[in-house]
Design a protein around this ligand. Sequence first.
Ligand SMILES: *Cc1c(COP(=O)(O)O)cnc(C)c1O
Length: 389
Amino acid sequence: MPEKKHFETDAIRTQTPASAEREHSVPLYMTSSFTFESAEHARAMFANEIEGNVYSRYSNPNTDEFISKMCRMEGAESGVATASGMAGVFGCLAGLLNQGDHILASRSLFGSSHQILSQILPRWGISFTYADTGNPDSWESLIQPNTKLLFLETPSNPGLDLIDLEWAGNLSKAHNLIFVVDNCFATPYLQRPIEFGADLVQHSATKFIDGQGRAIGGVIVGSEQFMEKIRFFTRHTGPALSPFNAWLFSKSLETLPVRMERHCDNAEAVANFLGEHPNVQMVKYPFHKDHHQLELAKKQMKRGGGVVCFEIRGGLDKATSFIDNIRLLSRSANLGDTRTIVTHPATTTHSKLSEEERESVGIRPGLIRIAAGLEHHEDIIADIDQALG
Ligand SMILES: *Cc1c(COP(=O)(O)O)cnc(C)c1O
C-alpha cells in the first residue's frame, strides 16, 4: 500500500495495479473463480500460506479495491464488503455476538436495523436495549454484565440528532464494549468515527458512496481483531458484494469529496431557506445556526451533510399536500442521490414503528426529510417554495 496522501488523492489513487494491458482505469473482474498455477499453488492458497483470489464469494480484485479505499478513508485496518448495507449490519452483529449477549443501541436507528435488533436477533437469544439519543447521561445505567456492543448512528435518520462520538468511545472503552457506528449519513469525508474511538464503521454504499442511485451495497471497516470474525461469518453465509457493484462504488469514491461538498452546499441553502419560511415550524440541520448541537457538529463533522429535515406547520394534512405538490424533486424513500429526494418518514421509512416510538425519536406527522441532490440550489429551493404554498 503506498504512503497515505490527502483524502482526495487516496480516493482516486488507491487502485488495483494495472494488468499487462496497462489500462488507466481499473477494469471489471467479472469472474466467479480464479485459477491456480500448480497443485502446490492451490494447496498453499487453501492453507493461507500465500495471499490471492480463489473465489469471488471470498475476495475479488474489484471488491478488494473498494474495501482498501474505504479503509484508507476511514482510517481502518481492514474491511468486508457486503451485498447491501443491511447485510453488513447483520453480518457484523451475527458475526460478533453469541447467544446471551446484549446490545446497547441508540433509539434512532435505520428502520431495518431496528427490525434486526427487535425481531431477528432475539430468536437466537441476543437481546438489546435502546438508549435515548437526547439523554446520554442515562446510557451507562443501561449497560448490563452481558452487554457486548454499542451500536449507533450519528447524525440520526431522519431526526438529525447527534451523538458525541468521543464520549461514546470512552463509554465503550470503560465497559469493554465493541463500538460500532453506522456512518452512512456523514460518509468518511465528513466524519471519521475511528478517530473518536469506534472499533467498526458500517456503511450503506447505496447512499452517498454510490451517490447516483444505481446500486445496492454495503461495507464495514475497522479493527482486524473483529473483522476476522465478521469475515468468517460473511464468507460462509454468502452476502458477497458483486464485482460489478464494487467496481461502480470504487469509481464513485473518486468523486466523493467533490460530491459531498456540493451536497452540503445545497443542503445548507435549503436549511437556511426553510429556517426563514413562515410555513415551517422547525428546521433541523447539523450546521444550521439553530441546531441545538452545533458545537458538537463542528467538533466531529467537517460539514453538515446532505440531509435536512423540517416540520411543516399543519401536521399530516400539510405534509401530505407538500409531498403531492412537488414537481421537480423526487418522491422516494432513498437518499444520497444526485437527484434531490423528499420523503415523509412517518408514513414510509418509519411507518413500521408505533406512534409512540416515532414520537420518541422526533418523527411527528409533519416531519419531512429532504436529501439534497446535486441540482442547482435555486431550482431545488424554487420547487420546495412552491410546494410549501
Ligand atoms: C439505507 C441505510 C441502511 C441500509 O442500507 P441498504 O444498502 O439499503 O441495505 C442502513 N443504515 C442507514 C443509516 C441507511 O440510511
